[in-house]
Design a protein around this ligand. Structure first.
Ligand SMILES: Cc1ncc(COP(=O)(O)O)c(C=O)c1O
Length: 169
């Protein structure tokens, strides 16, 4: 389950693993984000995971800390996964931002946190990032990384410029 509008690639990642996309139309009443209430209302028997980007692309909105905690509890109660894309963390200026880690005491077996060097570290194009995953998913992630990409993209000097080979996009 994910918010619509949202970062389009996230829908493609779901397709890539033969998942079924449940795109929930969101509007300004929830700052274009999923809320615990929306998730609960739209939950289906086969819902496996909720994807949230906070701050989001394209809207730039965040899920407030209190709401994030509610969402975490709900997803845990449903024995599903919460995948939080925090690629824009640290790029919030006028309000107190929250991240998934502020909603939990310790890394939890239901939470996957995705981040990248692209935005905060201004390394767009390197396609380098990281995931915080529960221990029981380590092997699955290892298999994915072995088959989706072999290493960080290699840059090569070309006519005095630097060009980048994008590995996984
Ligand atoms: C919300 C969100 N997640 C993930 C990405 C992917 O970032 P990258 O592949 O550059 O690490 C982007 C890029 O714009 C994004 O906006």
């Amino acid at each position: 389950m994910l918010a619509d509008p949202g970062y389009p690639c996230n829908q493609n990642f779901v397709r890539f693993v033969d998942g079924e996309i449940q795109a929930i139309a969101v509007d300004d009443s929830s700052s274009y984000q999923l809320t615990a209430q929306l998730i609960e209302q739209n939950w289906q028997e086969n819902t496996k995971a909720v994807i949230i980007a906070s701050p989001a692309n394209p809207t730039g909105t965040i899920v407030p800390a209190q709401e994030m905690t509610k969402i975490i509890h709900l997803v845990k109660e449903k024995n599903a996964y919460l995948i939080v894309d925090e690629i824009y963390q640290g790029l919030v200026y006028d309000i107190k931002s929250s991240c998934a880690l502020t909603g939990i005491d310790e890394l939890d077996e239901h939470i996957i946190i995705v981040n990248s060097f692209s935005k905060y570290f201004q390394m767009t194009g390197w396609r380098l990032g990281w995931c915080l995953v529960p221990e029981h998913l380590l092997q699955a992630c290892d298999h994915l990384s072995q088959n989706l990409f072999l290493a960080a993209p290699t840059y090569c000097p070309k006519s005095g410029n630097v060009c980048f080979f994008t590995g996984n996009h």
